[in-house]
Design a protein around this ligand. Structure first.
Ligand SMILES: Cc1cc2nc3c(=O)[nH]c(=O)nc-3n(C[C@H](O)[C@H](O)[C@H](O)COP(=O)(O)OP(=O)(O)OC[C@H]3O[C@@H](n4cnc5c(N)ncnc54)[C@H](O)[C@@H]3O)c2cc1C
Length: 483
């Protein structure tokens, strides 16, 4: 455990929602520091830096932030929280939604930075503060890759606790299918190992159940023996959207599991750092990752290359560690709004709706509207809280949460989800949809999944310390409300 002195935050007086008997923010901060934790209060530069994450629209305002240096710090914090009755949330990059952390303490995991690759055994031990790009970089010299997501600047643990949809997912499955074990501090303040053999209920809950079941401090994952892919993105003029989308839909339906693909309607701003064929233009991007032989890749992609004239052809041999080049997700923080739905199929009507709402004639305020083909190895895997293996496609839209666009982006996202409803599975990917109400939990995990998550959480967090378990239990309490 690390002991240090930190600057107390600006006095905040009685914070919103504080009831009589609740300690002030200063008293809470002092208690954390007395316990030997590195804690920052509101008003300090460290606090501001740690609460500010990738999505500037998802702001959190915890009463204090604790920087964990090791698992013992997390244990000490959770035990103190249990004794003193405050909640604990967890965060790394701020790419995802955190539960409401007002009047709770946030543990920031960037100090949990261990990273070890066992090249012979093809596995890695990864601290909760590690990003996917770091894992890809240390695995690459051994000819190994990892089932990371499209944005390698995302945290390994945050991605895995949401299931993990990868640009190579149809070949290798979900991120969670490669987890050997989690080290996790549960709400009762115990550091446990969760694996198929040890604490299998916790293991089940952590594989997709977000931060409900505990604060993960490290994870052990299997690596995949792939050094190079045939991968990247083809960009077409937006005017060809209808042809490109319809060709993609019929072509992708015939692909073997060595191919993972998605298509996106892309409207990038006219920024000087972007390639000229994309900057300030509406384009269609076909993302493609082929894990079979490099010679076969071009043959498989040929029907897409031939369907219209690409304005940019960025598909070719790609080192596995450059996986992020397939989607080219943004890396700089920005305020964004998201809309998401899962589809059982892509009918002619659904394709028409996509073109109507995001094609060349549409007033589409989104930066990206993407359709990812799921299936392949993602359809199978060991039991997990993640409950969406049957979905065939994921639709995801992202737009800027800035005035005057904000309302238009929100309304367009709703219209998109409504228009695709006839094909919807009514499910949601926990990593792609942000929500906090009962409907969100049921859509993400199903009724049985919610009930099982509740059981795990109630068994391991008797004092309701963790923000994730508080959020789940409050939103999904099956008992009727009494007045
Ligand atoms: C541009 C972009 C691209 C993305 N691409 C993909 C993709 O291809 N595939 C995919 O599956 N997802 C994708 N995501 C979603 C991303 O994986 C999730 O938002 C993920 O939760 C981010 O984890 P984080 O730790 O970086 O973020 P944070 O915002 O810091 O954490 C988000 C949540 O993760 C959980 N969490 C984080 N750390 C811990 C911990 N130590 N213990 C327990 N729970 C924890 C908590 O519930 C927390 O609220 C993308 C997101 C963005 C913004």
């Amino acid at each position: 455990m690390t002991t240090t002195t930190t600057t107390a935050g600006t006095p905040t007086g009685t914070s919103a929602g504080r009831t009589a008997g609740t300690p002030t923010a200063e008293a809470r901060l002092a208690a954390l520091q007395e316990a030997g934790l590195v804690a920052h209060g509101r008003g300090s530069a460290e606090y501001d830096a740690l609460v500010s994450g990738f999505n500037l629209d998802l702001s959190v305002s915890p009463v204090a932030v604790v920087e964990a240096a090791d698992a013992a710090d997390v244990v000490a914090l959770v035990r103190l929280a249990g004794e003193q009755g405050f909640g604990v949330g967890v965060r790394l990059t701020g790419h995802g939604l955190s539960p409401d952390l007002d009047d709770q303490v946030m543990v920031h995991t960037r100090g949990l930075s261990e990273l070890h690759v066992d090249a012979e055994g093809r596995w890695a031990r990864v601290g909760a503060g590690v990003l996917w790009q770091q894992v890809l970089d240390v695995a690459a010299p051994h000819g190994l890759g990892a089932v990371a997501g499209s944005a390698p600047a995302v945290g390994v643990v945050g991605y895995l606790t949401g299931g993990g949809i990868s640009p190579v997912g149809r070949t290798f499955g979900l991120g969670i299918d490669h987890v050997r074990s989690f080290d996790v501090v549960t709400g009762d303040g115990e550091l446990r190992t969760a694996s198929a053999a040890e604490n299998p209920d916790l293991f089940w809950a952590l594989k997709g159940g977000r931060g409900t079941a505990g604060v993960v401090t490290a994870v052990e994952i299997d690596l995949v023996p792939v050094a190079e892919l045939y991968a990247g993105a083809l960009f077409f003029d937006g005017a060809d959207a209808d042809t490109v989308l319809r060709t993609w839909a019929s072509w992708s339906a015939t692909l073997p599991a060595e191919a993972t693909t998605s298509i996106a309607f892309v409207r990038l701003p006219p920024l000087p750092q972007l390639p000229p064929p994309l900057a300030g233009r509406f384009t269609m991007s076909v993302r493609f990752a082929w894990t079979g032989s490099l010679e076969q890749g071009p043959e498989v992609l040929a029907p897409m290359r031939a369907c219209a004239t690409p304005v940019l052809d960025g598909v070719g041999p790609l080192p596995f560690a450059a996986l992020g080049a397939i989607h080219m997700d943004p890396v700089d923080p920005m305020p964004s709004l998201e809309a998401h739905t899962l589809l059982a199929e892509l009918t002619d009507e659904a394709l028409g709706a996509l073109v109507d709402l995001a094609g060349p004639a549409a007033e589409c305020p989104q930066v990206v509207v993407e359709v990812r083909q799921l299936g392949g190895a993602m359809s199978d895997g060991a039991e997990a809280a993640f409950a969406q293996r049957d979905a065939a496609y994921s639709v995801f839209a992202v737009g800027l949460a800035v005035p005057p666009l904000r309302e238009a982006v929100t309304a367009h996202g709703r219209a998109l989800v409504d228009a695709l409803e006839p094909c919807s599975t009514y499910g949601l990917l926990p990593n792609f949809a942000t929500g906090t109400d009962a409907a969100w939990w049921t859509a993400a995990y199903g009724e049985q999944g919610v009930a099982r998550l509740r059981e795990v959480v109630q068994a391991h967090d008797p004092r309701r310390v963790l923000a994730g378990s508080r959020a789940l239990l409050a939103a999904t309490d099956p008992r009727p409300t009494t007045r």
